[in-house]
Design a protein around this ligand. Structure first.
Ligand code: FMN
Length: 183
């Protein structure tokens, strides 16, 4: 099962990166998880850009989404929304169908994070991903749940992350069984 993980933080060693690394190392026997590293290299979205003018970084990003069985987002909240860099990355996909019927999961790792949770839920359902409630997680006070080595120290947070990933896996398996699968 191939999963693309997208962090909404451009900060090295952010809490979001630590969470994605935790998922990668704990589930490597069942998931082939690749963490997307190019978010800050994507240009600003411009709807006037034609297909021929589209940056190779954008094309590669879309391809990585298309080739993944599922996508997991993990992001902080910035100024009561998702970070601009993550919104920009998603905007580059709106005119495509790469997210259409794609099983996804989302984790908001923030101080408070309710607005980012609402916003990302709305964005991901608008672009027609498959996002059951069980595949959504809000980790509040996230920084305090990760130690200086990047390890998640809170047992309940670890369990919640595991449940979200299990939900994503179930969604992918259910989607694979659908006779009308378009991918
Ligand atoms: C510019 C900026 C704005 C922020 N705004 C919010 C906010 O509106 N709500 C919130 O819960 N946290 C906010 N935070 C805190 C982040 O969500 C915080 O960075 C998060 O706990 C994860 O830490 P990280 O930097 O290790 O990813 C903000 C952080 C920054 C840098």
């Amino acid at each position: 099962m191939k999963i693309l993980a997208i962090s909404g933080s451009t900060k090295p060693n952010s809490t979001s990166h630590h969470i994605l690394n935790h998922i990668k190392s704990n589930l490597e026997n069942i998931l082939e998880l690749e963490i997307y590293e190019g978010i800050e290299k994507l240009p600003h979205f411009n709807p006037a850009i034609t297909d021929e003018q589209t940056s190779i970084n954008v094309i590669e990003f879309r391809k990585q989404i298309e080739n993944a069985d599922g996508v997991i987002f993990c992001t902080p909240e910035y100024v009561f929304s998702i970070p601009g860099s993550l919104k920009n990355a998603i905007e580059w996909c709106v005119s495509t169908t790469v997210f259409s019927q794609k099983p996804v999961a989302m984790i908001i790792a923030a101080a408070s994070g309710e607005k980012a949770y609402e916003s990302l839920s709305l964005i991901l359902t608008t672009i027609e991903t498959i996002l059951p409630n069980e595949s959504r997680l809000l980790i509040q006070g996230a920084k305090g749940k990760v130690n200086t080595h990047g390890e998640i120290t809170d047992i309940s947070t670890k369990e919640q992350i595991e449940r979200v990933i299990q939900s994503l896996i179930t969604t992918i398996r259910d989607e694979d069984k659908r006779p009308t699968k378009l991918r």
